[in-house]
Each structure stands twice: as C-alpha cells, then as structure tokens.
Write a protein that binds this ligand. Structure first.
Ligand SMILES: [Zn+2]
Ligand SMILES: [Zn+2]
Length: 113
C-alpha cells in the first residue's frame, strides 16, 4: 500500500482503515504520521471510536502493522497485517487529511484502488 499523503510505499507502518466500509484505503507512513498527527498514543486509545485529536466522530482507524506468531505449531505460522481493535487510534476526516474540505471525501489523495 502507498501512503495516502506522500504516495510512497509504506507497507509496514499503519493502514488507513475506513470505519464505515471496513476497507483499508491506503497506508500512512511514519513520517507523515509524525508530521500530521504527532505521536499517536500507544495502548488503549482514550477514544474508542472518536478522533484522538478532537474527540469528534472517527471516520478512520489507523491500525499498526503487526505480526502474530502462532506458538501452537512451534512458531512456524505467522499472521501479519493490520488489525483494528479497541486500542487502535482513530481520527476524523479533518485530522487525517489536514483539511476541512469534505467535498472529496470519498477519494483520498493516494490509494491503491
Ligand atoms: Zn507518507
Ligand atoms: Zn478530529
């Protein structure tokens, strides 16, 4: 997946997961995350499903890339991907994109589709 802001390939940082549709729209690279959102909180989000920046309704979840090893077969099997949990930080459209313009809401700048 490519970063929705800078368009660079960013497969192993965060995905941008649209809450309404359950689709992963793209990725968010570490640099753009820092520049636009600062450090995202680790562990339990204070929010649930609200924007970590403004407390408004969250449109997007930003799950971190994670790799889970399954011990039952000696750690051979692993599952990796982006898993949205209750601890996943969420943001609204405005804080994800840095714009209040909602006209282009359905199209993020860089997505794979
Ligand atoms: Zn980026
Ligand atoms: Zn917000």
């Amino acid at each position: 997946m490519n970063c929705i802001h800078c368009g660079r390939r960013a497969d192993y940082h965060r995905a941008v997961h649209e809450v309404a549709t359950g689709l992963d729209l793209g990725a968010l690279c570490a640099r753009c995350e820092r520049e636009r959102l600062g450090e995202l909180p680790e562990g339990p989000a204070r929010s649930g499903r609200t924007c970590i920046e403004c407390g408004g309704n969250a449109d997007y979840a930003l799950p971190e890339h994670s790799m889970v090893f399954d011990d039952r077969d000696g750690g051979e099997r692993r599952t990796e991907g982006f898993f949205v949990t209750d601890d996943t930080p969420c943001v609204c459209w405005r804080h994800l994109t840095g714009t209040a313009d909602t006209r282009e809401r359905t199209t993020l700048p860089f997505t794979d589709s």
